[in-house]
Structure formats: structure tokens, C-alpha cells
Design a protein around this ligand. Structure first.
Ligand code: TRP
Length: 360
């Protein structure tokens, strides 16, 4: 069985460290392990339009930004095909055919869509395209016969929906599509990183994100503004870990090597947590430590990003090449899909011959 990895992001803004720890880092690990036949990363502009139809410039202005973020973290275009969703029109065609295999009730039950509808205050005015996007995501995945999908846990309902579509399709039209499986990040703290204000969601509109492009100064300011433990007023006070954003970030980012390098009084996070709960560790000290860790991660990313900002044409060509490749693969799958659905009228005059047999 071939190993085909596919994942993607909506280009609605710059990527932040929640993306880094939740998905980009595991993509890098997969890339370096090299244990796959194909690896695709899709910039999901068509999906982003499903709830931004009135703001096409928002999507357009983030295409190269997201691509540069990928390249800056170390995604290597020689090992990974980066492509733009809307440029692979086969995906919309597949979506149309798959939509016959899904009921309205099934879409209404999708927990992620349900939550997003609430979040966006659509009420009764849900765009059909938005409502349908799980079907379009099934097209994204199956067009490449991808079977390994590295995503956050909020995407599980999409993968489940895709598996159902694959099963229905194969049952009705014969074995054609491949069932995908999600690949979740292994560190629980990475599943969803809160914003610096402790809000469960990092989002541009809340102004609580640390971006991959933040300068050292911006990073420092944000880390020092972070929400900690409101009951921990004096250094001697007993501190609380639960709901303390700095500790959530340390859970996600710190390693024993970081302790040895930046905080040698402690061997690991367990020891630091104990000491903090006991009292005697100031929040400033924690924040300084977290800043050093994050800055160490972001510094090489900033440098590579600078390079690509100065070589935009290279980024543009990478996307063009990746998209051309992706389109060829998707076209092959679409052809198989249509063949198996008996939609191949002009292929080898087959339809004509079938009629001739009947009438002659
Ligand atoms: N829905 C994903 C997100 O919002 C983006 C996405 C679109 C995707 N198509 C995909 C992810 C296919 C994995 C596979 O982040």
C-alpha cells in the first residue's frame, strides 16, 4: 500500500505558533523521516472562500504568505508538493459527484461544521458552499488517494465524513477510492494551543496570536503579557498550573535540553511545576524561560522567511510547479471516478458501439 500524505490550511492569515506546534512541526518530522511515497500540502483557498465570499482579497493576499511560512519552517519543495486548491479544478468536479452520496442530515450532524456555524453567527443564512465544505474536503483527500492526513482533532469529523464517502462510492461504483486515516500530534498540549490571553482559541480578531513572523521584540512583549495565575501575586505564593497559559505553552514547547540551556536549576518541567506550586517561583522567571525557548525556535524561521521575502519569484515558481503536479494526479483520479460512474461517453467510441450493438 502506498503512503500518501496530504494536509492543508485555509489562507485566511499568517500562520502562528499554534499552527507550528499543532501541525507544521509534525509535517517537518514526516518530511525528514521520508517514509512516504507522496506528500502534498494544499493551500485551501476555495475552502477559505466558503465563508469569505465577500472578501476575495483576504484570501489572495495570504497565498504567498502561507507558502512562505511553510518554506520558512523548513518544508522542502523537493520533498513536498505545495499547491493551490482552486487551481486544481478536478477537486470541484469530484465534490459535485460526491455530494450525491451525502445527506443533508449527515452534514447537519458534523460537529465541526455545527460549531463553526455558531461561531460565525450564520443563524439561518448558512451559505450552501460552507455547509458542503466537508464534501469538498473529501475531494481534496481522495483526489490524491491520500491515506495519511496530519491534522488537529477539530478535523476528525472531516476525515470520518471522507471515509464514509469513500465507502459509499466504492460500494456503488466499484473499488476506486482510498480510505484516509488522520494523524494527530502526539503531545496533547499541542492539539490546541490557547492564545496569550488564555482564550482557548488563537485568532487574529482576538489579537492573541504569536506569529511565526513576529520579531524578537514583538515576541518578548507578547510572552511578558501572557496570562498566568491570577492568584499568584507574590513570588512566595503557591502557584497554579491548571489554566496557566505559560505552563500550557511550556507543556507544548519545552524539552530537557531547554532546561539544561536556559534554566539549569531544574532538570525538567515536572520539577519546575512542583516548585511553582510550592511557591517561590516568580512569573517573570517563567516568562523569560518561555521567551528563550520560543525565540530559539522562531529565529531560524525568521531568517528563512527573510530569504523568501527577498526571492518571491522562487516562491511563485514552487507553487506553480507543485500545482501542476497535483493537477496531473487529480486528473487521473477524476478519470477513474468518471469511468466507474459510467461517465465516459467519448472515450474510445464505447458509447457509440454500445448503441450500435443494440440497433444493428
Ligand atoms: N479544513 C482544514 C482547516 O481548516 C483545511 C483543509 C482543507 C484540509 N482541505 C483539507 C486539511 C484536506 C486536511 C486535508 O485547517
Amino acid at each position: 500500500m502506498q503512503k500518501i500524505i496530504l494536509t492543508g490550511d485555509r489562507p485566511t492569515g499568517k500562520l502562528h505558533i499554534g499552527h507550528y506546534v499543532g501541525s507544521l512541526k509534525s509535517r517537518l518530522k514526516l518530511q525528514e523521516a521520508g517514509n512516504y511515497d507522496e506528500f502534498f500540502i494544499m493551500i485551501a483557498d476555495a475552502q477559505a472562500l466558503t465563508d469569505n465570499a465577500d472578501n476575495p482579497m483576504k484570501i489572495r493576499s495570504n497565498i504567498l504568505n502561507v507558502a512562505m511560512d511553510y518554506l520558512a519552517v523548513g518544508i522542502d519543495p523537493k520533498k513536498v508538493h505545495i499547491f493551490i486548491q482552486s487551481e486544481v479544478s478536478e477537486l470541484t468536479e469530484l465534490t459535485f459527484y460526491y455530494s450525491n452520496l451525502v445527506t443533508v442530515a449527515r452534514l447537519q450532524r458534523n460537529p465541526t461544521v455545527k460549531q463553526e456555524i455558531k461561531l460565525r453567527d450564520f443563524n439561518e443564512s448558512i451559505p450552501v458552499g460552507f455547509f458542503n465544505y466537508p464534501i469538498s474536503q473529501a475531494a481534496d483527500i481522495t483526489a490524491f488517494k491520500a491515506n495519511i492526513i496530519p491534522v488537529g482533532d477539530d478535523q476528525l469529523p472531516m476525515i470520518e465524513q471522507t471515509r464514509e464517502i469513500v465507502r459509499s462510492f466504492n460500494r456503488i461504483y466499484g473499488d476506486t477510492l482510498v480510505e484516509p486515516k488522520e494523524l494527530l500530534p502526539d503531545n496533547k498540549a499541542c492539539l490546541r494551543l490557547p492564545g496569550i490571553d488564555g482564550n482557548a482559541k488563537m485568532s487574529k480578531s482576538l489579537g492573541n496570536c504569536i506569529y511565526l513572523t513576529d520579531s524578537k521584540e514583538e515576541l518578548k512583549q507578547k510572552v511578558f503579557r501572557m496570562y498566568t495565575d491570577p492568584l499568584h501575586i507574590k513570588v512566595e505564593d503557591k502557584g497554579h498550573i491548571e489554566g496557566n497559559t505559560v505552563f500550557t505553552y511550556l507543556d507544548a514547547f519545552s524539552s530537557e535540553a531547554d532546561f539544561a540551556k536556559f534554566y539549569p536549576e531544574f532538570k525538567n518541567l515536572e520539577e519546575l511545576k512542583k516548585a511553582y506550586q510550592h511557591g517561590g517561583i516568580g512569573d517573570m522567571k517563567l516568562k523569560k524561560f518561555l521567551f528563550e525557548i520560543l525565540n530559539q525556535i522562531l529565529e531560524p524561521i525568521r531568517q528563512r522567511r527573510k530569504y523568501y521575502e527577498n526571492h518571491l519569484e522562487e516562491v511563485y515558481e514552487i507553487l506553480k510547479e507543485g500545482t501542476k503536479y497535483a493537477e496531473q494526479i487529480a486528473a487521473k483520479t477524476l478519470e477513474e471516478v468518471k469511468n466507474n460512474m459510467k461517465l465516459n461517453y467519448f472515450k474510445n467510441k464505447q458509447l457509440l458501439e454500445e448503441y450500435q450493438e443494440k440497433f444493428n
